[in-house]
Design a protein around this ligand. Sequence first.
Ligand code: UD1
Length: 373
Amino acid sequence: MSKILVTGGAGFIGSHLVDRLVQEGHAVCVLDSLEPQVHGSSGKVPDYLNQNAQFIKGDIRSLDDVRKALQGIEIVFHEAAMVGVGQSMYQIRKYVDVNTLGTANLLEVILEQRYEIQKLIVASSMSIYGEGSYRCEACGIVYPSLRTKEQMQRKDWEHHCPQCEKVIKPYTTAEDKPLDATSIYAITKKDQEEMCLTLGKSYGLPTVALRYFNVYGPRQALSNPYTGVCAIFSSRIKNNNQPIIFEDGHQSRDFINVHDIVEANLLAMTSDAMNYQTFNVGSGQPITILEVCNELCRLYGKKDLKPEIQNKFRVGDIRHCLADISKIAHVGFSPKISFQEGMEELVEWGKTVEAEDLVEQARKELAEKGLVQ
Ligand code: UD1
């Protein structure tokens, strides 16, 4: 039995991790600020939060709160973060403050009790890659930069080879792909990962960074319009509104179920072979946004609700990113939940919760700032 702190433990990923750690018999403490954008303005602890975990309402940016939460702790999972990519492009200070400086704060307190803490696992993100890896028939593996606005305005959605201009196909993205953080959110995630690993290596504190791909599952904040596409589409569909598809809907992502993410975290906690390294955590399967949309409409029993394909685009969006999961497979992880099963669970849960559809409002906000065109 270990004494474990989960920062952001009331959130989507953190709360599932807490459940699993409690189930394994660990003593778990949660530090969470109950961010209103995620948890609503009531300031109430979510109903799903595990009763057997200790809960501390506090801010990762506060030395006092973090000191209180870290008392007697042996293992830290750092999941607390602001997570809206688009929003990070104008709430710059807030994202840097919570994600980067919050991590700095956590690390300083960890150093104060560095002999008690045995392991640190930090939630990183595929966003730090920017575009995924691609393969050109003529030139081999290439790493294109983001598409330019001009290219997007021409509705020329697919990437071209940076060397020979031919259209290129997505290829699996491995951990050694050069990083290309293209949003403030991504920059702060890269900061979190690098700060934790650098401190860990310098002080001999075993640290692991897990680069989550597109995580989905129950407890996603359906009323948060700045979050991932599965939650956004769910709130549209539940309210009988057409999901809005950017580009042509054939852009793809690697969707990984939250329960698989939890298993990767448990492995990182116990495996010495993972120390001081970064790992992709994805499914290894590409799914298009149109497929996500159709599947959610079908499972919600709203097949007649056709998506609105506006051929607009979000500035800074990547086209494809698919995880190469061979590195984490090598230390014993394989995703267990198929996209089909995962979507079924998401919708079963989604039917039981209320979802306010704030998507249109958020889209307008992004459009006014020139971030949707
Ligand atoms: C980004 C981050 C990722 C983060 C995730 C959720 C990058 C590269 N990755 O992923 O780390 O976990 O946000 O915050 O920045 N879409 C629509 N209609 C909508 C909403 C989205 O068509 O209403 C499309 C987007 O244009 C995009 C795809 O769905 O092509 C996925 O979007 P999203 O879920 O926001 O995730 P990413 O941008 O992949």
